[in-house]
Design a protein around this ligand. Structure first.
Ligand code: ADP
Length: 589
């Protein structure tokens, strides 16, 4: 035992000596870690930079609230470039500008702490080059949003060799940044919640009425008849996780029918779509912008595209090309061309890639469009950034809208266009949304969208108040009027009858605090108009014929939503018609 103890002491001394020695000799090449922070789109981004011999050795993201899919090119490509060139002065990745800047600033802040200035001439991420500038597939899909993925996956499963072209450095489009909710009549959550009064027919009537009878009846019928199958396909095949015990009833719907994806955003859908596309070995060409169709005898047989490396590419399509390029909410000139009212005064909730390319590209082919003037604004958006507010989804569970004078002015579950117009008619052109803890306990939007909540609070756009007096004071609303408005809503909550605006949901009493009050404005959200397609999703010409080899699905089409898209109808539309386009393109029908 004594011997063992001696041996242990000896080895300890040797180890200590060795540590001391190596510590001395390697001090000049020792790696040190420094932490830096930057401000992203959704809050603070924190990195740890490992520096060795005056060089960036590694960068680890310690804290981020940014969208994981939009962050991917930043956290990978910019990191690799900084390490490779030992330079922290890097160009932002387009489409992820705010996240890029936060990352770059965080790294530079960390380097400053290290006493290093590694910002030489500005460098950019080297875009990837294609080995073959002409490639041949059965089906070419343009756009990696929900419609594009649905189309590509269905075409692949029908035996086609498929490629997806995406002009941005990351996938997802508007689908990714949406709330991701999806209407499906007769769905499994409705059954669980004992909602038995829904049907494809009721859904059809709501959708047609919601769009002022301007949707194409035959196609709206396909949409409403297939929405449930599309939702089941997402759940069972794509493996999208939906909440099991919660639904939304968006404005204009007569019943709660919108499924909610996990995390309450489209990120759940897009990440699962990506996994399925990888599993099926569908290549996705990022930063590859489709520019022109190739035709032979009136039939579309391919696409000309340009990538970020500046290469001119040809993607031949033996069976068909599917346009899934999304809407044109981010193209102000195009908005103004079709509806002069939708000018620069509106910010947008939309992804930067939604610039109407699919519409512009098909002009040469004499393609028909419809409803181009119908541009939807989302009523409750961030007054500073234009981003949609998902925290404010508490509106679907009883939050009320009031103006600067402290009065209600519209039914809170009205259609988006009606609410938006009503908001713009109030003093200042904005609204406040007010709810209390009891409502949040139902909608849970604060905990689900914690990052957005914290950011809004930090910006002073959202305020948590213990009392109504406090809430009114924060935004300088007349206290007595606000109290009277709330007292009236509490009365309506008891009687179940809103005598002022005929609220179609169930009011929750606002007697008890704490309260949440949030300032909001309408922001351009969805372009209802677009290409005219037939029941096989084939693009039609102005003289009513179809363009052989050309299909379209999703927000780029204009046939479903008429003057106004109802909440939760976009995902049902893009998945349903994306699948139809994929199937028929693969069959060449
Ligand atoms: P949808 O909801 O109809 O699927 P999204 O907005 O989700 O529409 O997706 C459309 C995608 O198409 C976006 O990611 C956008 O960047 C991409 N896109 C738009 N124009 C082009 C183009 N010319 N070439 C390649 N991709 C494009």
């Amino acid at each position: 035992m004594k011997k063992l103890k001696k041996l242990f002491c000896l080895s300890l001394v040797v180890t200590m000596l060795f540590t001391l020695m190596t510590g001395c000799t390697s001090s000049s090449s020792k790696a040190n870690k420094y932490i830096g922070e930057g401000q992203g789109k959704h809050g603070t981004l924190k990195v740890e930079v490992t520096v060795e011999n005056q060089k960036i050795k590694d960068i680890t993201v310690l804290e981020t609230k940014e969208n994981p899919i939009l962050s991917e090119p930043v956290f990978n490509q910019i990191k690799a470039l900084m390490i490779d060139k030992n330079n922290a002065n890097v160009d932002a990745v387009s489409g992820s500008t705010a996240t890029s800047e936060a990352y770059i600033n965080a790294v530079q802040a960390a380097l400053k702490k290290a006493g290093l200035n590694l910002s030489a001439d500005k460098i950019s991420v080297e875009p990837e080059k294609e080995k073959q500038t002409t490639q041949e597939y059965d089906v070419v899909v343009i756009g990696a949003g929900g419609a594009g993925f649905s189309a590509a996956i269905e075409a692949r499963n029908a035996g086609a060799n498929v490629v997806i072209l995406e002009k941005m450095p990351s996938i997802g489009g508007n689908t990714l940044i949406s709330g991701g909710e999806m209407n499906a009549p007769g769905n499994w959550v409705q059954k669980k919640l004992n909602i038995n009064n829904d049907s494809a027919e009721t859904f059809y009537n709501d959708t047609i009425k919601g769009g002022d009878n301007k949707g194409v009846p035959e196609l709206v019928k396909i949409f409403t008849d297939n929405a449930l199958a599309s939702a089941e396909w997402l759940k069972d095949y794509i493996k999208v996780k939906f909440l099991e015990d919660q639904l939304f009833q968006f404005g204009g719907h007569s019943v709660k029918r919108a499924l909610i994806p996990e995390g309450h955003t489209g990120a759940e859908m897009i990440s699962k779509f990506k996994s399925k596309a990888d599993e099926l070995k569908i290549p996705i060409k990022l930063q590859t912008k489709a520019e022109e169709f190739i035709t032979e005898g009136g039939k579309v047989v391919g696409v000309k595209a340009k990538n970020a490396a500046g290469q001119d590419l040809v993607f031949k399509a033996k069976k068909g090309v599917i346009i899934a390029t999304g809407g044109f909410g981010s193209n102000v000139e195009m908005r103004k061309k079709y509806n002069p009212e939708m000018d620069e005064k509106y910010l947008t909730t939309d992804a930067p890639g939604t610039t109407g390319d699919g519409i512009i590209m098909t002009e040469k082919l004499n393609a028909a469009t419809m409803g181009m003037e119908y541009i939807q604004t989302y009523p409750i958006s961030n007054p500073k950034t234009g981003l949609i507010s998902l925290v404010a989804d508490s509106r679907f569970d009883g939050a009320i809208l009031i103006n600067q004078e402290g009065k209600r002015f519209v039914e809170e579950l009205e259609r988006r266009d009606v609410i938006s117009k009503a908001i713009l008619a109030q003093s200042g052109g904005y609204t406040y949304q007010l709810w209390n803890q009891d409502i949040d306990n139902i909608s849970k939007t604060i905990s689900v969208h914690k990052d957005e909540y914290e950011e809004l609070v930090k910006e002073g756009i959202l305020y948590k108040a213990e009392t109504l007096e406090d809430a009114a004071k924060h935004f300088q609303i007349p206290v007595e009027t606000l109290k009277a408005t709330v007292a009236r809503v509490n009365e309506f909550a008891k009687t179940g009858k809103d005598l002022d605006f005929n609220y179609r949901g169930k009011f929750v009493s606002l007697e008890k605090g704490p309260y949440y009050i949030q300032k909001a404005v309408p922001s351009v959200h969805h372009t209802m108009g677009g290409l005219v397609i037939d029941t096989n999703a084939k693009v039609k010409t102005k003289d009513g014929k179809v363009i052989e080899g050309l299909y379209a699905a999703g927000e780029v089409t204009g046939v479903i939503h008429g003057t106004n898209r109802l909440g939760g109808n976009a995902i049902s539309d893009i998945v349903t018609f994306g699948r139809i386009a994929g199937k028929y393109a693969a069959e060449g029908k």
